[in-house]
Ligand binder design. Sequence first.
Ligand code: ZN
Length: 179
Amino acid sequence: MELFEKDNGTETVVVSDIWAGKLDCTRCGSLCDHYLYRKTDRAYLLYVMIGDQTKERYIVCDKCGFSRKINKEEFDRLKKRQNERLLSGAFPVYVMKRDFSPKQVKLPRKLLAFFMACVFISACICWCIDLTMNNSIDAALFGCWAILTVIPAIPLYVTAKELITALRYRKLYRSALSK
Ligand SMILES: [Zn+2]
C-alpha cells in the first residue's frame, strides 16, 4: 500500500514493509497478522529517486488497521528477525503467496529496468569506441570515456541489485510453494 503526498521534487509515502508475525492486537484483541510500516520522505530528480529517509515507523494490525508507533531500534530488531525467518523458510505459505509472488515483488518490471540499463551502458560504450576510432587519444577523449562509462554504471548497479533481490524472493517463493 502506498499513499502519496506529492510535493516539489519530494513525496511522503507510507509503505508496508515485512510481515511482523502473528501478534496479539491491543485493540481488536485477536491473534492476527501484523506488518511493519514506514513513513518515508523520498527525493526525486527527473523522476529518478535520488534518496529517501524514513521518518516514522509503525507496527500495524492487518485485521483492524490499528497502528502503534515504534522506534528505530525496535523496528530494526523486528525486521532483522523477520528477515532471518524469511531466509530460513520459516514464513507461512499464505504469507509467501501474498507478499512474495513474482508479481508482488515486481520481477517483470525489475527485469525490464535491468535490461534498459544494459542497453544504456552498451550504447555509451559503443559511442566511446566510435569516438576513439575517429579521434586521436587525448585528455578530452579520456574524459568522455570516464563520464560515459561511470554514469550508466550507476543505473546498472542499482537495477542489478534490485533484480538479484527479486530473484532471491522468487527462489524462496518457489520453495515455499513446493512444500
Ligand atoms: Zn487489530
